[in-house]
Design a protein around this ligand. Structure first.
Ligand SMILES: Cc1cc2nc3c(=O)[nH]c(=O)nc-3n(C[C@H](O)[C@H](O)[C@H](O)COP(=O)(O)O)c2cc1C
Ligand code: SF4
Ligand code: SF4
Length: 281
């Protein structure tokens, strides 16, 4: 079978998960082509494929705006093309499953049935920096799940998350982020620490950063992916109202995974439940 993988990723977590699932599918003898959802490339339509994987990070219990916009550009399905959602998030809250509501609605309306949803908890790119041991355990647990998840996809299987009225209400309310973010993003700034390397402009998936006189200038299409502030080698990007939540610098993923006793206090029970579920797979 031939799978097309459409992936939006601000700081690399979702891209990593999609690449790993694609690699596992190839090991099973399937074809899997991965395309980024970004302003500087238009992924091909899914005609000619037998299934679709849609990768995105959870943003305020929703799918990011560029993902929803991309889904709206998909042509109506010409044959039965099942879809698997591939999500990453920083918290292990079940509420994150609400981020599948709108993608499922748009895809269903175009004749693409969502067959399964996969969710991997990965280190935060905003709010706070996860301790290294937590990051290592998240990555290790996702790694363990990929072969089994790829087998389910190759077999055309999967399960869907159920979202009741509470989740729908929270997800709908927090969609305010979609209108707020372009406004907040216009006020992003680079400090004097900026060395004008241009990396932020190069990686912005929205093409929202222009280098002007050797410094980044932020436009009005920010999708809050945090790529610029996370990857800046000088930690020079200030993210306006969200600055207190800024996370800068790659996670190392080296070292020992956090033991249960070292799991952070914030959402501790949910992290422990998630780790146990993943490790029992
Ligand atoms: C604007 C924004 C909103 C986010 N909202 C949530 C959220 O509602 N729940 C959650 O668990 N993680 C949230 N996160 C964390 C990301 O989903 C998580 O770090 C993800 O793995 C990032 O994936 P990426 O590297 O592919 O961009 C948010 C991140 C950003 C930047
Ligand atoms: S990545 Fe950082 S240092 Fe490089 S241009 Fe952007 S803000 Fe400046
Ligand atoms: S300006 Fe920064 S946060 Fe906004 S879309 Fe571009 S890289 Fe992402």
């Amino acid at each position: 079978m031939r799978f097309v993988v459409y992936c939006f990723s601000g700081t690399g977590n979702t891209r990593w998960a999609c690449d790993r699932l694609a690699a596992e599918l190839r090991l099973l003898g399937q074809t899997a082509d991965v395309y980024a959802i970004s302003s500087d490339c238009t992924p091909p339509p899914p005609n000619g494929y037998d299934g679709i994987l849609l990768g995105y990070p959870v943003h305020a219990f929703n799918a990011p705006v560029p993902v929803l916009k991309f889904l709206k550009t998909l042509p109506p399905a010409q044959k039965l093309l099942p879809v698997w959602l591939v999500r990453t998030s920083g918290e292990p809250l079940k509420l994150n499953e609400a981020s599948g509501i709108t993608p499922k609605r748009i895809l269903g309306g175009k004749g693409y049935p969502v067959r399964g949803e996969f969710h991997y908890v990965m280190p935060y790119n905003i709010i706070f920096r996860h301790p290294d041991g937590m990051a290592v355990r998240m990555k290790r647990d996702a790694e363990r799940a990929f072969p089994q998840d790829a087998r389910a996809i190759a077999a055309g299987e999967g399960s869907l998350c159920k979202n009741g009225p509470f989740r729908r209400m929270v997800s709908f309310t927090l969609r305010v982020e979609h209108t707020a973010m372009p406004l907040i993003g216009r006020r992003f700034k680079a400090t004097e620490k900026c060395v004008g390397c241009g990396l932020c402009a190069k990686i912005c998936p929205q093409g929202n950063i222009m280098m002007v006189d050797g410094k980044p200038k932020f436009g009005k299409n920010c999708a809050a992916c945090m790529g610029c502030s996370f990857h800046c080698p000088k930690d020079a990007v200030r993210i306006s109202l969200l600055n207190g939540w800024r996370v800068n610098g790659e996670y190392s993923f080296e070292g020992e995974p956090a033991a249960d006793a070292d799991v952070i206090r914030y959402c501790r029970k949910s992290y422990l439940r998630y780790f146990r579920e993943m490790e029992g797979k």
